[in-house]
Write a protein that binds this ligand. Structure first.
Ligand code: MG
Length: 230
């Protein structure tokens, strides 16, 4: 049930209508938090340490890691930092913690979470992040104090881009898909949620402060949460 929407830009002149919405599902990386951290970690920090450990050039290390990343794309291993510790022979949680100063929410994220709190919405975090990454990010950003529940892909057993993710996460969280609004920067995850029947879907089209926005041709795209707070 894919809804094709009209031209982005003309959609948000009206105030957001919250009638009939009681639950908000929010992604973490790229949606609430600036994905510049993760991009930096996977494309700079990890290759740098892998290159040092294996006596490779940075370019060789990046190339090998890109191949390893691709091999588990769409699988739970992709975000499993214990899997990466085993595969690369590096202490990946410790490396992540060593660059935690770069972890930051998007400038509008806490504002939006406060806005939802004022409206007495149920707000759940639905993330593919591994519990160890999650712990570092929550400790650094304090986002968790705005959330009713946190469900990781490891609780559910698969990534959000899988249809069964939504059946299982609904069983855990008990949301009504018809009165639920879901924001993610991953279009494949929105598409799986769409197939499941979640009615109000938004793509966060600018996940990283360091990269340009990419609007969706299918889903309503927002660069920030401001259009939802009008
Ligand atoms: Mg994301």
């Amino acid at each position: 049930m894919i809804r094709v929407l009209h031209v982005a830009g003309s959609l948000y002149n009206d105030a957001m209508d919250w009638k009939g919405i009681d639950t908000i599902l929010l992604d973490l990386d790229g949606t609430l938090l600036d994905r510049a951290f993760d991009d930096h970690f996977y494309f700079n920090v990890l290759p740098e340490h892998y290159a040092l450990a294996r006596g490779l050039s940075m370019e060789e290390a990046r190339e090998r890691l890109t191949g390893l990343y691709r091999a588990v794309e769409g699988e739970l291993d992709w975000t499993d930092i214990d899997y990466w510790s085993r595969t690369l022979g590096l202490d990946v949680p410790a490396l992540k913690a060593s660059v935690r100063h770069r972890i930051a929410p998007h400038p509008d994220a806490l504002l939006f979470l406060g806005y939802l709190q004022q409206r007495h919405m149920r707000v759940h975090l639905v993330t593919n992040a591994h519990p160890k990454s999650l712990a570092i990010k929550m400790e650094k950003t304090g986002v968790d104090k705005y959330l009713d529940r946190i469900v990781t892909a490891f609780d559910v057993g698969c990534l959000k881009s899988r249809r069964e993710y939504w059946t299982n996460s609904q069983a855990i969280l008990g949301f009504d898909p018809v009165t639920t609004l879901y924001v993610d920067d991953d279009e494949a995850a929105l598409s799986a949620a769409d197939m499941f029947g979640i009615r109000h879907l938004y793509l966060r089209s600018k996940p990283s402060s360091a990269s340009p926005a990419h609007a969706s041709a299918v889903y309503r795209s927002i660069e920030t949460f401001h259009p939802l707070m009008k």
